[in-house]
Design a binder for this molecule. Sequence first.
Ligand SMILES: *Cc1c(COP(=O)(O)O)cnc(C)c1O
Length: 230
Amino acid sequence: MIKENLNIVQEKIIKSCEKSGRNTDDVTLVAVSKTKPVSMLMQAYEAGTREFGENKVQEIMDKYDKMPNDVSWHMIGHLQRNKVKYIIDKVKLIHSVDSLRLAQEISKEAVKHNVNMDILLEVNVAEEETKYGFSVDEVSEYAAEIAELPNISVKGLMTIAPYVENPEDNRWVFQKLKKISVDIENKNIDNVCMQELSMGMTGDYEVAVEEGATLVRVGTGIFGERNYNI
Ligand SMILES: *Cc1c(COP(=O)(O)O)cnc(C)c1O
């Protein structure tokens, strides 16, 4: 089941790449495994998945020890500063850096653990009150400031698009994130690179790929509906 789902998602990513003239190698599928048991993650692993996304620190820590060590972990959820220390040496990329203070804490812990942490800046493109992230207007200034911190590398941007019935309704969000990243790239800020665009979830990843996503975060489309009550 999970294997078939992965094949379907991968096929759709390939189609979207063809449609938009992009190279399939430039798009990485992050399997969002939050709330799902290790047995299901292992099914995805056996089907070839190595990139897993989680939104809770505790869940990453639990699963980290139980999964093979060639897995790469992506932190995609809101991260509290006091929990950075638990994942600093476990995750490959933090997608959800949404404040200068969080970036400062990541930098501090990265120095302490003698690692370099790759991060993305989360942008609240659709200006939803319930969502975290930098505003469209301020992200470029913060990128410059964060890039000066030690042991942290700004690799690009991330957004969580609104929930919509028709994925076409989110196309402008993805276009906008792409445009912001090009604008920042053109400023040639030291130590800021804009190679990654993390955008697109189960409902809209095909549109996101057409608009330039390099990382798509798909949960339900691979593992099925989530049950938060267990
Ligand atoms: C849960 C989650 C996803 C995956 O959502 P699906 O709709 O299940 O694909 C992607 N990104 C973030 C930040 C999430 O929290």
